[in-house]
Design a protein around this ligand. Structure first.
Ligand SMILES: [Fe+2]
Ligand SMILES: [Fe+2]
Length: 185
């Protein structure tokens, strides 16, 4: 790019220079849906499950949509495991952070906690407490996260389930990331 700021430390920067930086950020935001779709496509790799991680995401979103979930919730279902690519140790938090500026507090909370709530189905195999999620039992979004896992996530490892392709969800992804992102500072 031709225009560059003159400062080498932020403490010396002028407003006009930040304007240049933020204009560049705006252009990046416009490409966010493309980047997210590319990121999802990476998940079509080898997997110990009977379907790829991408197919799991697609199946989770397909089930959500067929249950009548709104478009925002369907995109959250589609992207709930996208953190696996870069952050397998805390994939829920990464997906939630990606979605946070564009979704409701409820959807953010469900994606953020789905990993813990999904533990209900497997933690007992490792002598851990499958009811760890019950620390949130009084939380207003507790049941939504229980339902997300029970009805859409934990059951979406089925190679025989008729799952929609990524192209089916692409317009929903583009619409979500076309929204003006909320401040999250
Ligand atoms: Fe997950
Ligand atoms: Fe999942």
């Amino acid at each position: 790019m031709d225009d560059k700021v003159s400062f080498t430390a932020m403490e010396h920067a002028q407003r006009a220079e930040y304007d240049l930086v933020f204009a560049h950020d705006e252009a990046n935001i416009a490409l966010q849906a493309d980047k997210v779709l590319d990121w999802l496509a990476i998940m079509e790799g080898d997997s110990p499950y009977r379907i790829s991680r991408l197919q799991h995401c697609l199946q989770t979103a397909t089930r959500a949509q067929r249950d009548g979930a709104d478009d925002e919730t369907v995109v959250c279902a589609l992207l709930h495991d996208i953190g696996d690519v870069l952050a397998p140790a805390n994939h829920s938090q990464v997906a939630a952070a990606l979605l946070r500026p564009y979704v409701s507090e409820k959807n953010y909370w469900v994606v953020l906690h789905h990993g813990l709530f999904q533990g209900y189905y497997w933690l007992q195999h490792y002598d851990k407490d499958p009811d760890s999620r019950d620390r949130y039992r009084e939380h207003p979004y507790y049941q939504a996260c229980v339902d997300f896992c029970a009805n859409w996530d934990q059951c979406s490892f089925d190679p025989d389930y008729p799952t929609e392709p990524l192209s089916h969800f692409e317009p929903l992804v583009r619409a979500l990331f076309a929204k003006t992102p909320a401040e999250t500072l």
